[in-house]
Design a protein around this ligand. Structure first.
Ligand code: NDP
Ligand code: BG6
Length: 513
C-alpha cells in the first residue's frame, strides 16, 4: 500500500510533487528549532515525496561550518527528532544538495555571497528556482536579515513571477504593538505581502485546521454557536515542562508573549470568528482580524481583574520534584516574568456579547494539554424534580488539540434503573482511532505551504498587530506595578487560586481537562 493511501493527510497533495525547483535557506541553522523541527520536517516531506525533484537546502549562521559538517548535523537531527526513522537513501538525495553559508546577519557582503551561491545552483540546474528564506533566529536579528535580503537583491528576484522569493518569519513577531508595527514596516519596505509568511506553528497542527472543518462542514453547530446557547468558552494551553534551558529568552518573554499573544489568540480567533466567504487565505484572515478587533480592552483593576499572572513555585511534576521558576537557570531570583497567564475576554459583537471567553496558558502545569471547551447553557429543569435538576451538567463540546487529539461532547444520560437519574456521559471522536497515528508535524505542513505559496495557515501583519493591541496595555501596566499582583502556583497544579476566583466572580469554574 502506498504511503499516500495509508495516510489521509497525503491525499491530494501529490500534485505538489511537481512543484518548481526550490532552494530553502535557513537563517539560524545551527539553532534548536532548525534541528528539532525544520530539518526533520524537510526530511518527512521527502519521505512523503512532497518535495520538488530539484530541492536544495542552505544553512546560514555566523560561525563558519563546512558543508560536510552541516550535513552530519542534519543527519543527526533527523535520527534524533524525526517522527519517522532515517532512511539513508531518501535523505541522501537531499543531503547531496545541502550547503552551509556563513556570515553575520547584518553583513551585506555575506548575503551577497549567499545570493551568488543561489545563482550558481540555478546555473548548474539550468533553470530558475524559487528561494524560501526561513528566518529562524532570535527576533533581535529579524530586522537586519530582512533588510539584507532586500539589499542583496534576493527579495526582488523574480518578484513579479510565481518564482518570487518567499520569507518565513518565526515568532515572536515583535514584543509589543510598536515593535510589531515597526517590523511590519521593515518587511513591507522590502517584500510584497504575498511573499511574507509569519509563522505560528499552532496553525499547522492538524487539529487546529480541523476546527474550521468541524465548524463549517457540519450544520449542527452553527445554530448553537452564539450568545443564546453558549454559557462560556475556555481555551487551555497547558504545558508540564518548565522553561528548561530557555530561561534567558523566557525572561524577556513570559507566558503572555510566548503563548497567549500568538497561539492562544489564534485558537480563539478560529473558534469565534464569523464564517469566511471562502477558504482562501485573505477571507479567513479578514474574519480573524475582525474578531480580534472586537475584543474589549482588559480591565486590570485589582478588585475584579480580567487578567491573572503568576509564577510557578517548586512542586512535583510526573512524580519528580522540580524547582520554582526563580530558581531556574538564566532566571533572576527577583524575576517579574509570568509563567502563567489567564484572561477573561468579552467579544463585543452580535454573536458573542456577554459570553465570557476564558484563556489560560502556563508552564509546569499538571499536564500537557491544549483544548477548547464550549460550555452550553444548562437545560431548563421543568421535567426533573428540583434536586435532580441541580445535578444536570452543562453540555460541553471539547476540542482536544493535543495530546489525544479529537473531540468530545458531554451529554446528560439516564442512569439505568427504576428512578430517573442523570449522569454526564461522553461521546468521543479520536483522531488516532479513525485516521491512525503518526500524524504529520505542524512544521511539515507549514514548510510545504510556504513552498507552494499558500498563506492560509500564516498570519497577516494586521492580525498580529490586533493581538498586540490587546496585550500591550497589560505589559505596560505590569511594568508599572513590579511584582504587585504576581500570584504563585505550585508546579504540577492547574494554576493559582486567583484564576479560580476570576471565574467564580461570574459563577463559572475552570474545567479540569
Ligand atoms: P536559538 O537560540 O537556538 O538561535 C538560533 C540561531 O540563531 C543560533 O544557533 C545562532 O546561530 C543564532 N543566534 C542566537 N543568538 C543570537 C543572537 N543574540 N544574535 C544573533 N544570532 C543569534 O533559537 P531557536 O532555534 O530556538 O529559535 C529560533 C526562532 O524560532 C526564534 O525566533 C524562536 O522564538 C522561534 N521558535 C522556536 C521554537 C523552538 O522550539 N526552539 C518554537 C517556536 C518558535 P549562529 O550563532 O550560528 O549564527
Ligand atoms: C513555542 C513556545 O512557541 O511553543 C514554547 O515558544 C512552547 O515555549 C511551544 O513550549 C509549545 O509548542 P507545542 O507545539 O509543543 O505545544
Amino acid at each position: 500500500m502506498s504511503e499516500e493511501s495509508r495516510h489521509p493527510f497525503l491525499k491530494g497533495l501529490s500534485k505538489h510533487r511537481g512543484a518548481q525547483p526550490t532552494i530553502i535557506t535557513i537563517f539560524g541553522a545551527s539553532g534548536d528549532l532548525c534541528a528539532r523541527k525544520l530539518v526533520p520536517a524537510i526530511y518527512n516531506l521527502a519521505v512523503d515525496n512532497l518535495l520538488p525533484a530539484d530541492f536544495y537546502l542552505i544553512g546560514y549562521g555566523r560561525k563558519p561550518i563546512p558543508d560536510e559538517e552541516f550535513r552530519e548535523v542534519c543527519t543527526e537531527a533527523i535520527s534524533k527528532f524525526s517522527r519517522r526513522k532515517l532512511d539513508k537513501d531518501i535523505w541522501k538525495r537531499i543531503e547531496e544538495h545541502t550547503y552551509y553559508c556563513s556570515g553575520g546577519y547584518d553583513e551585506l557582503a555575506a548575503f551577497e555571497k549567499l545570493k551568488a551561491k543561489i545563482d550558481s545552483i540555478e546555473k548548474d540546474l539550468g533553470r530558475a528556482a524559487q528561494s524560501v528564506c526561513y528566518v529562524s533566529t532570535p527576533p533581535s536579528v529579524f530586522e537586519p536579515i530582512i533588510k539584507n535580503l532586500g539589499a542583496c537583491g534576493l527579495a526582488t528576484k523574480y518578484q513579479e513571477t510565481d518564482k518570487h522569493t518567499k520569507v518565513v518569519v518565526e515568532k515572536p513577531f515583535g514584543k509589543d504593538l510598536a515593535s510589531a508595527q515597526n517590523l511590519n514596516r521593515v518587511i513591507q519596505g522590502v517584500f510584497q505581502e504575498r511573499q511574507v509568511y509569519r509563522i505560528d506553528h499552532y496553525l499547522g497542527k492538524e487539529t487546529v485546521q480541523d476546527l474550521l472543518v468541524q465548524r463549517f462542514a457540519n450544520s449542527i453547530f452553527e445554530p448553537l454557536w452564539n450568545r443564546q446557547y453558549v454559557e462560556n468558552v475556555q481555551i487551555t494551553v497547558a504545558e508540564s515542562l518548565g522553561v528548561g534551558t530557555r530561561g534567558g529568552y523566557y525572561e524577556q518573554s513570559g507566558a503572555t508573549r510566548d503563548m497567549i499573544q500568538n497561539h492562544t489568540m489564534q485558537l480563539l480567533a478560529l473558534m469565534a470568528m464569523e464564517p469566511p466567504s471562502s477558504l482562501n487565505a485573505e477571507s479567513i484572515r479578514d474574519e480573524k482580524v475582525k474578531l480580534l478587533k472586537a475584543i474589549e480592552p482588559l480591565n486590570t483593576d485589582y478588585a475584579n481583574p480580567d487578567v491573572i499572572r503568576a509564577q510557578y513555585d517548586e512542586g512535583l511534576v510526573d512524580g519528580l520534584k522540580v524547582p520554582g521558576y526563580r530558581q531556574e537557570q538564566g532566571v533572576s531570583t527577583e524575576s517579574e516574568t509570568e509563567t502563567y497567564c489567564a484572561l477573561r475576554l468579552n467579544i463585543n459583537n452580535w454573536r458573542w456579547q456577554g459570553v465570557p471567553f476564558y484563556l489560560r496558558s502556563g508552564k509546569r502545569m499538571s499536564r500537557r494539554v491544549t483544548e477548547i471547551a464550549i460550555q452550553f447553557k444548562r437545560p431548563p429543569s421543568t421535567l426533573f424534580s428540583k434536586n435532580e435538576s441541580l445535578s444536570l451538567a452543562s453540555n460541553t463540546l471539547v476540542y482536544q488539540i493535543q495530546p489525544d487529539e479529537g473531540s468530545t461532547v458531554l451529554l446528560n444520560a439516564k442512569i439505568p434503573g427504576l428512578q430517573t437519574r442523570t449522569q454526564p456521559v461522553k461521546m468521543h471522536f479520536k483522531y488516532s482511532t479513525t485516521f491512525g497515528s503518526n500524524t504529520p508535524e505542524a512544521y511539515e505542513r507549514l514548510v510545504l505551504d510556504a513552498m507552494i505559496g499558500d498563506g492560509t495557515l500564516f498570519i497577516r501583519g494586521d492580525e498580529t498587530e490586533a493581538s498586540w493591541n490587546l496585550i500591550t496595555p497589560l505589559h505596560e501596566f505590569w511594568a508599572s506595578e513590579g511584582r504587585r499582583g504576581m500570584e504563585a502556583y505550585t508546579s504540577g497544579s492547574w494554576g493559582p487560586r486567583a484564576a479560580d476566583r476570576m471565574l467564580w466572580a461570574n459563577n463559572d469554574e475552570w474545567r479540569r481537562p
